[in-house]
Design a binder for this molecule. Structure first.
Ligand code: G3I
Length: 390
C-alpha cells in the first residue's frame, strides 16, 4: 500500500515537473499576440494611400464638447464636412449679415487635426435663407446670389480643400429641379456658380453633389449637366455621390457603373454623405428628399431595443461590399465621407419617419466600433496582403 502511494506520488511529481517545463517553454516561445504585433489600424490609416476618410460633423463636434467623441474623430478621420452650419440659412441669415463664428471654428478644427476640410454648400434650394425668396426681381436675385457665392468663397479662400458648389439641382428623371435658382436665373445659374467660385478661390476643388446618383436616369442628367458646364471652359473638379443607401439598394453594379461613368467625364468622384439605413423603407423611398416624411409605427421602427446580430452582419457585409468597389476604383475616388460619426447622431433617426432608431454608421451610440467597422478594416488588410503577394 505504502509502495503504491510512493509510486503514485513519484508519478505526480514527474507529471507536475513536466507540466511546469512545458508551460515555461511555451510561455517563452509564444509569439506576441496579434494585438501586440500590429496595433489596430484606424480608418484614416487603413485608407491613407487610397482616399480621404471623412465625417460630417455637427455643432457639438465642432466645439469638441465631448472629449471621447473629439478623440474618436481625430483618430479615425482625416476629412470633415459641416453637416449643417455652412448652409445659407445658418451662415448667411440676412442679406447683409454673415454668421461665420461656427464655420471658422470648423475650419480651425480641421487645421488642428491636419484634416482635409470640405465646404457644404454654396447653392442649395433647401435650408435656404429666407431673404433669397423675398427678392422679386430676377436681376437683383442673380446679383445677390453671385455676392453670396463670392463672399463665402472669399471668406474661406485657401482654407478649404473643396466646395459643394451646387447641391441637389436635379430631379429623379435627370431634368433640372425647378428650384428658385432655376426659376429666377435660368439654367445658367449652374455654370455661373462654378465660375464665380473658381474666380475667387482657384485652389479649391469644385463639386456638384446630389443623392440617388446611381439611378441611371439621374446619372445621365448629371453627366449632361456637368459636361455642359465643362464644355463652356468652366472648371468642375468632381462629382459627389452622396451615398444615402440601404441594405439592398442600390445594387453594387449600379454603384460601380456610376463611379465609372462619372470619372469618364475626367472629374474626381467623391462619396460625400455615406450611410446605410437598416430600417424598413416606406414605399421604397430612395435618396434624401427631406421634404418627404411619414408616420411612425412599431412596424416601421423594429429595433428600438438594439440591432439584432443578423442585421448587424448584413450591415457589415453591405459595407464590406461597398468598400470593395471603392478599393477597386480607388484611382477615381478622392474622398469617402460618412454622414456622421455615430448612429445616435444620424439624420436617419428622423428621416423619412421622425423618432426612429436607426443604425447606419460605423460607430454605435456609445461610440464603439461596430461589426461594419471591423469588416472594412479586415477587407483593407486582405487587400494589402493580396497586393503585397502579387
Ligand atoms: O438647429 C435647429 C434647432 O435649433 C431646432 O430646435 C430643431 C427643431 O427641429 O431644428 C434644428 O435644426 C435642424 C438641423 O438639421 C440641425 O439639427 C433642422 O430642423 C433639420 O431640418 C436639419 O436637418 C438637416 C438636413 O440636412 C436639412 O438641412 C440634417 O441634420 C442634415 O443631416 C441634412 O443633410 C443633408 C445634406 O445637407 C444634403 N444631402 C442630404 C442630407 C440629408 O438630408
Amino acid at each position: 500500500m505504502k509502495n503504491r502511494k510512493n509510486m503514485a506520488n513519484q508519478f505526480i511529481n514527474k507529471f507536475t515537473l513536466m507540466a511546469i517545463i512545458c508551460l515555461v517553454f511555451f510561455a517563452c516561445s509564444e509569439k506576441p499576440s496579434r494585438k501586440e504585433q500590429e496595433p489596430n489600424l484606424s480608418l484614416k490609416e487603413a485608407f491613407k494611400d487610397e482616399f480621404y476618410i471623412g465625417s460630417a460633423i455637427n455643432r457639438f463636434q465642432i466645439e469638441e464638447t465631448d472629449s471621447v467623441m473629439a478623440s474618436l474623430l481625430g483618430r479615425e478621420f482625416n476629412s470633415i464636412t459641416a453637416e449643417n452650419i455652412m448652409k445659407s440659412m445658418i451662415i448667411h441669415p440676412q442679406r447683409d449679415t454673415f454668421n461665420f463664428e461656427l464655420a471658422d471654428k470648423f475650419v480651425a478644427l480641421g487645421e488642428k487635426y491636419d484634416m482635409f476640410v470640405h465646404g457644404h454648400t454654396l447653392i442649395w434650394h433647401s435650408q435656404l435663407s429666407p431673404w433669397f425668396s423675398s427678392i422679386e426681381d430676377s436681376l437683383e436675385f442673380a446679383t445677390a446670389t453671385e455676392k453670396h457665392v463670392k463672399d463665402l468663397a472669399q471668406h474661406f479662400k485657401g482654407k478649404l480643400g473643396s466646395w459643394d458648389v451646387v447641391n441637389e439641382a436635379l430631379n429623379e428623371d435627370g431634368t433640372l429641379r425647378n428650384s428658385i435658382f432655376l426659376k429666377k436665373m435660368g439654367e445658367n445659374y449652374l455654370a455661373s456658380a462654378f465660375k464665380w467660385t473658381a474666380e475667387v478661390d482657384p485652389s479649391a476643388d469644385l463639386y456638384y453633389n446630389d443623392y440617388n446618383m446611381t439611378n441611371p436616369e439621374k446619372r445621365q442628367g448629371a453627366i449632361r449637366m456637368v459636361k455642359k458646364i465643362i464644355d463652356q471652359g468652366i472648371k468642375v473638379d468632381g462629382i459627389g455621390m452622396q451615398g444615402h443607401w440601404h441594405l439592398n439598394s442600390p445594387t453594387l453594379e449600379e454603384i460601380e457603373q456610376s463611379i465609372l461613368d462619372y470619372s469618364e467625364l475626367g472629374v474626381k468622384v467623391a462619396i460625400t454623405e455615406l450611410d446605410v439605413s437598416v430600417l424598413p423603407n416606406p414605399w421604397d423611398l430612395e435618396g434624401a428628399e427631406i421634404s418627404q416624411n411619414f408616420e411612425n409605427s412599431e412596424e416601421m421602427n423594429p429595433y428600438t431595443e438594439g440591432l439584432p446580430d443578423s442585421i448587424q452582419v448584413k450591415l457589415a457585409n453591405r459595407y464590406k461590399d461597398i468598400f470593395a468597389i471603392f478599393l477597386k476604383h480607388q484611382d477615381k475616388i478622392s474622398r469617402v465621407t460618412f454622414w456622421g460619426v455615430s448612429d445616435g447622431q444620424s439624420w436617419l433617426n428622423g428621416f423619412p419617419i421622425r423618432g426612429r432608431t436607426n443604425y447606419p454608421l460605423l460607430f454605435d451610440r456609445s461610440l464603439r466600433p461596430k461589426a461594419a467597422y471591423d469588416s472594412i478594416i479586415a477587407l483593407k488588410k486582405r487587400f494589402d496582403i493580396k497586393n503585397q503577394t502579387n
